[in-house]
Design a protein. Sequence first.
Length: 92
Amino acid sequence: NGSFKDLKSVPESATMAYFVKPLTYNSQVAGFLIRSYPSLWTVLDAQTKNVLGSFTDEQILVQRTNTPDLRESGRLVQKSVDERAIKARANM
């Protein structure tokens, strides 16, 4: 959590940071929450590589922390997997 780190551990000249968090569903990696600072937080489907949603810091970070709340991004991935499964069953 960045709020507890020494402010001098990252130089002021640092302008880019990356965040990649695998999102699982049914014990499988089904998507990723990614961020290339200062861009938006983005949820990607692991299979189709489609963008499922994007978030600002205000929308996704837990208050007074640098930690993203994974609930909404997890829901987006779950919905994508479920919709893909329903389409696959319909084509059987």
